[in-house]
Design a protein around this ligand. Structure first.
Ligand code: AMP
Length: 290
């Protein structure tokens, strides 16, 4: 039976008692409106711990003033059913005011990683994410936590925060889960109209094309980016936020792809902002595929 814990005090108390009894706690933070991407994280977490805590919280601190906090898709009832099916032990569902009081003042801000990719057009995003994850870790006290590679930069930010602030939590990255046609699963896909779907798919197509170009010997990042830009702009209703081929650790752009590089992109399709990424492998057998 899945246990729903809506308050910080109860969650903290429960986590302390689980730890006291020697149980290993896993945490999967989410903003709800769950899909198979989220469920894959839960399955990975479940295999590596005794007790799985999934948090469902739409975090206002990571949305800019013009962004979709109010309209972000929510369906707690359905989320709880999916969590029950996945054998989740605890769903932590705090109210906004429980995590952010009216005179809230403390934020976790990273120095370098947020100055690339999504951080450029979403200036408060990574401070919001790092802050809420820091708070969740203090409340849930997980031994491990699982995050998706779909949000690659977010995963790097969390890893860095955990290292810098000495959290005793192991961070596990989980592969991107895609729809049958290749579109990376996202709660925001619910915003897309059927007409916008082909345009949304060009994110995935771009990654596939870039990988092919690297596989067949292209090493010039600018040339690949130009081709991908043409592919995307040929689709109606697309507005490119960024296209980048960069170092997978620092996120600094690379000119030549002599080592495995990260290709990451963010594109608005109509009003919906979509992101995707892949590693462009340079003849290294262990690299992940799109
Ligand atoms: P969100 O609810 O969008 O904040 O996502 C919660 C977690 O699910 C984050 O760690 C995301 O990276 C992860 N996630 C979201 N979509 C996917 C996906 N398609 N594949 C794998 N993980 C995902």
């Amino acid at each position: 039976m899945v246990k729903i814990i809506p308050t910080v005090e109860k969650m903290q108390e429960h986590a302390e008692s689980l730890r006291g009894d020697g149980w290993r706690i896993a945490c999967v933070p989410t903003m709800g409106f769950l899909h198979d991407g989220h469920l894959s994280l839960m399955r990975i977490a479940k295999r590596r711990a005794d007790v799985l805590v999934v948090s469902v919280f739409v975090n206002p601190a990571q949305f800019g003033p013009e962004e979709d906090f109010e309209t972000y898709p929510r369906n707690l009832e359905r989320d709880l059913e999916l969590c029950a099916k996945e054998d989740v032990d605890i769903v932590f569902t705090p109210k906004t005011g429980a995590l952010y009081s009216d005179d809230y003042q403390s934020y976790v801000k990273l120095e370098h990683l947020p100055h690339h990719l999504c951080g450029l057009s979403r200036p408060v995003f990574f401070t919001g994410v790092a802050t809420v994850v820091c708070k969740l870790f203090n409340i849930v006290r997980p031994h491990i936590a699982v995050f998706g590679e779909k949000d690659y930069q977010q995963l790097l930010v969390i890893r860095r925060m955990v290292q810098d602030l000495n959290f005793n939590t192991e961070i596990i990255g989980a592969p991107i889960v895609r729809e049958k046609d290749g579109l990376a699963m996202s709660s925001r896909n619910a915003y897309l109209t059927p007409d916008q779907r082909p345009a949304a798919l060009t994110l995935y197509r771009s990654l596939v094309q870039a990988r092919k170009r690297v596989e067949t010997g292209e090493r010039d990042a600018a040339r690949i980016l130009k081709e991908v830009r043409d592919l995307i702009t040929a689709q109606p209703e697309t507005d490119i936020d960024y296209l980048s081929i960069c170092d997978p650790e620092t996120l600094i752009d690379v000119e030549r792809i002599d080592r495995p590089a990260l290709m990451a992109l963010a594109v608005k399709v109509g009003k919906t902002r979509l992101i995707d990424n892949t590693i462009l492998p340079v003849s290294s057998p262990g690299s992940r595929s799109v």
